[in-house]
Write a protein that binds this ligand. Structure first.
Ligand code: NAD
Length: 255
């Protein structure tokens, strides 16, 4: 695993115990990065780290609640102490509440904002000053961060905030060559949507998106995360990249 786009580099992935985060952690490792896998689910994170180590890669796991400032700081400190540097941060942890505006209470709103928006804010505050020159942070937003989602109003509001955060933080360390971008996935087959069986870790040649439902896999999003985290996307900063297989491009969708 010493050749690849991230050979000799260090990548940090939050929400790395499931779904998109797992796919990204495995791909970073395949591309030669040492990977720090952070998640509320420490056992799940360690399972993925062990899988990477079993293949000859470098990886460690850390329990991190992204809604905790102290946990974000500890995650960054661990990455530095284990591997000495951080080149890429994929701030991907998130939580979903399927509650429309009329039914949602303030506690649901607070939880959605604490994990999805404030978690990203604190993650960027912790990691950006620690990134190596030329490094990059990538935050997982959502298509519901660029258009409303009536069935998940608080989640959608928080993800809109993530895009504002990415835009407004993107200049802060630009003088050091650091970039911050967002990915906005459409529906992806992960636990957050109730899909627990993960398909083999291969990216299909073509997407099959029957109408609105979507059949994107975590690997589709992971590829974009790696691109945005690498110098290959050096001209992209402060942007939200919609990865929805055409989900938002046309309404109504194909039947
Ligand atoms: P997932 O449920 O498979 O993974 C989410 C991971 O985040 C889990 O491992 C969970 O333990 C972790 N997590 C939750 N709260 C946390 C916290 N407070 N601190 C640390 N870790 C925490 O779902 P996924 O689809 O892989 O989600 C990844 C990201 O993608 C999320 O930000 C989600 O909002 C976003 N997203 C997903 C979809 C989709 O359709 N799956 C669409 C758009 C955006």
């Amino acid at each position: 695993m010493d050749m690849g786009m991230f050979a000799g580099k260090v990548a940090l992935v939050t929400g790395g115990a499931s779904g998109i985060g797992v796919a990204a952690a495995l791909r970073f490792a395949e591309e030669g990065a040492a990977v720090v896998i952070a998640d509320l689910n420490e056992v799940g994170a360690e399972t993925i780290a062990a899988e990477i180590r079993a293949k000859g890669g470098r990886a460690c796991a850390v329990r991190c609640d992204v809604a905790s400032e102290a946990d974000n700081a500890a995650m960054v400190a661990l990455a530095k102490s284990e591997y000495g540097r951080i080149d890429a941060a994929f701030l991907n942890a998130g939580a979903y509440a399927q509650t429309g505006f009329a039914e949602a209470d303030a506690a649901t709103f607070d939880t959605m904002v604490a994990i999805n928006l404030k978690g990203a804010w604190m993650g960027l505050q912790a990691v950006l000053p620690a990134l190596e020159p030329g490094g990059a942070a990538v935050v997982t937003a959502s298509t519901s961060g660029v258009t409303g989602l009536a069935v998940a109003a608080a989640y959608s509001a928080a993800k809109h905030g993530v895009i504002g955060l990415v835009r407004s933080s993107s200049q802060a360390f630009a003088a050091r060559g650091l970039r911050v971008n967002a990915i906005c996935p459409g529906p992806v087959a992960t636990a957050i949507l109730g899909v627990t069986e993960q398909p083999p870790l291969q990216v299909p040649d073509a997407l099959e998106v029957p109408g609105y439902a979507g059949t994107m896999q975590p690997q589709h999003i992971a590829e974009i995360a790696l691109f945005l985290a690498s110098p290959r996307s050096g001209a992209i900063n402060g942007q939200e990249i919609i990865a929805d297989a055409g989900f938002l491009a046309s309404y109504p969708p194909m039947p």
